[in-house]
Design a protein around this ligand. Structure first.
Ligand code: PGA
Length: 256
């Protein structure tokens, strides 16, 4: 894991945007894995502003609520089209977001995995992290070998996400999420985390044992993971000074 600590979420996002922009320029047929939530909002805004060519890019989103209409303001379909896709020249048929209204969910999930395989796998996956250490919606105790499937949100995630919904609106309990095994097959991951409320989950992910209690900790076993943090999210890392030292002393050819 490469831990990149920046003075602000803006600066941390800038690094992620530069890495993704380089991939899109170097590989016009790249396959991106994308995330939703508040964390990647600025990333998508920056990517939109970079005038990149998305015509050959394929995307797969991590997750979606089950039972929420696609047009609902809080569906991840709406989120992705509003915040990224409608601002770039991506082909609609190259966008993949789990269908939370699929009639046969297990079948949909297995076909989602087939589609990822059929395009040669995901080159770069964008990840956030939940306050409970989830990646995608793989909640604590998720199988570290899991594939795309239905999950029930924990009460904590349910409460964390309720802020996006209206006061009297029901927050779905169930989601479709790529599995941890699915995420572990991507070629590269960039995980973004901002704010003090993420600090514990981040320190457990980076410095704790690999455990399904903090599902993100499995990323210790992935060969290419960049973790882009602001200072508050890095505030519980015991080895923060070491991570800063590594970053400040990167060989020229390794710089972003
Ligand atoms: P957030 O969610 O970006 O809204 O903090 C992150 C996540 O739950 O993965």
């Amino acid at each position: 894991m490469e831990i990149i600590i920046q003075p602000s979420s803006e600066a941390a996002t800038d690094i992620a945007a530069r890495i993704i922009a380089r991939l899109l320029r170097e590989k016009p047929g790249a396959v991106l894995g994308l995330a939703t939530g508040s964390t990647p909002l600025l990333l998508y805004k920056k990517l939109v502003g970079m005038n990149l060519d998305w015509s050959g890019i394929t995307t797969f989103n991590l997750d979606e609520y089950i039972g929420l209409p696609r047009e609902h303001p809080q569906s991840y379909h709406t989120f992705m089209w509003e915040n990224l896709f409608r601002h770039v020249n991506i082909a609609q048929e190259n966008v993949h977001i789990p269908d939370g209204n699929a009639k046969d969910i297990p079948r949909f999930c297995s076909e989602y995995e087939d589609k990822i395989r059929a395009v040669g796998g995901i080159d770069l996956q964008v990840l956030g992290i939940g306050t409970d250490g989830h990646i995608g919606f793989n909640e604590p105790t998720s199988s570290l070998a899991s594939r795309t499937r239905i999950k029930t949100l924990t009460r904590q995630t349910h409460a964390d996400n309720a802020r996006f919904f209206g006061k009297d609106e029901a927050v779905p309990n169930h989601v479709i999420t790529m599995g941890i095994g699915t995420i572990m097959e991507t070629r590269q991951n960039i995980l973004l985390a901002f704010g003090k409320h993420k600090a514990r989950a981040v320190s457990e992910m980076v410095e704790g044992p690999v455990t399904s209690i903090n599902p993100a900790s499995i990323l210790q076993m992935h060969p290419v993971v960049k973790v882009c943090l602001d200072e508050p999210a890095a505030s519980e890392l015991q080895r923060a000074e070491y991570f800063r030292w590594v970053y400040d002393n990167k060989p020229k050819w390794q710089e972003f």
